[in-house]
Design a protein around this ligand. Structure first.
Ligand code: AMP
Ligand code: MG
Length: 267
């Protein structure tokens, strides 16, 4: 899975990353979907252990272009996990109160506590993505944020948070198909907004903003992964596998009972 990790200190060129890649799971969609069920079970067990042990905090950040698959990833990768102990925080356009504070204010309070997994559906990265592309603040302001973000995440990591960040990499043609599908299907049309078409025109500016954001903030303790995401089943397998590998590396164990239970008989 390391092939999808952005190595620290390297400039990122997303045109070199294939959104159709399926080299790690070449099995195809049908077998791939079956395999995900096994991974779902494994993740469920690990999450249970994380919750019981109550020691580690896990933060998962999802970012993507519109239609990139953030919602679908949450639905499929976390299928079956116990909702107690897993939270999703979705970041929309900031409220007036949020705008009156620094951009990390609304984010910090949603970070995970001990035993928790928190999934960020969008995140503080919007403050160097949409904010940059639309000039919502001047360049002198947003250009300093990469350093703040790196420092913020270092603080979380130093204080015991395990961080994984996933960029769901689709191409422009795939976005066109997915937008069309939203338009065509009654059960998807609620997700379509005319604004998405305006954002689509800014594709290249978004790619440039993503390249800077991901390239400047991928560290050993807080890595970014570029996930090939044109194929949803493949995207799910890769993300699930990376999370499982990470959780296994924490060497967790179930805690002992607090009381001395030797000789206990239940009447
Ligand atoms: P969705 O995730 O499709 O529900 O859309 C949420 C919207 O909120 C997107 O258009 C984001 O670009 C926008 N958004 C999220 N965070 C920010 C932010 N910090 N500043 C401005 N817009 C944001
Ligand atoms: Mg949307």
């Amino acid at each position: 899975m390391d092939k999808y990790r952005i190595k620290p200190g390297k400039k990122l060129d997303l045109s070199k990353w294939d959104p159709n890649d399926k080299s790690i799971f070449p099995m195809g969609k049908k077998v791939g979907k079956d395999h995900l069920k096994q991974l779902n079970n494994e993740l469920e067990t690990l999450q249970e252990l994380l919750y019981a042990e109550g020691k580690h905090k896990v933060l998962i950040v999802l970012q993507a272009m519109d239609t990139g698959g953030k919602d679908g990833t949450i639905r499929h990768v976390f299928e079956g996990v116990n909702p107690q102990g897993v939270k999703v925080s979705s970041f929309k356009a900031p409220t007036r109160e949020e705008l009156a504070h620094d951009y990390l204010w609304r984010v910090h309070k949603h970070t995970p506590g001990k035993g928790e997994i928190v999934i960020f559906n969008r995140s503080h990265y919007e403050d160097v993505l949409v904010v940059r592309v639309h000039d919502l603040v001047p360049k002198e302001v947003w250009s300093k944020r990469y350093e703040h973000i790196a420092a913020f995440e270092k603080t979380l990591a130093d204080e015991g948070t395990t961080i994984l960040k996933f960029y769901l990499h689709i191409n422009r043609d795939e976005q066109k198909e997915r937008l069309q599908a939203r338009l065509d299907k009654p059960e998807k049309i609620w997700k379509f907004s005319l604004g998405d078409l305006e954002e689509r025109k800014l594709w290249d500016q978004y790619i440039a903003a993503f390249e800077d954001a991901l390239g400047k903030t991928s560290t050993e303790a807080s890595p970014w992964y570029v996930i090939p995401a044109n194929r949803k089943w493949y995207r799910n397998l890769v993300i699930s596998s990376i999370i499982i590998d990470k959780l296994k590396s924490l060497n967790m164990s179930y805690p002992e009972a607090e009381d001395d239970l030797s000789g206990v008989v239940i009447e």
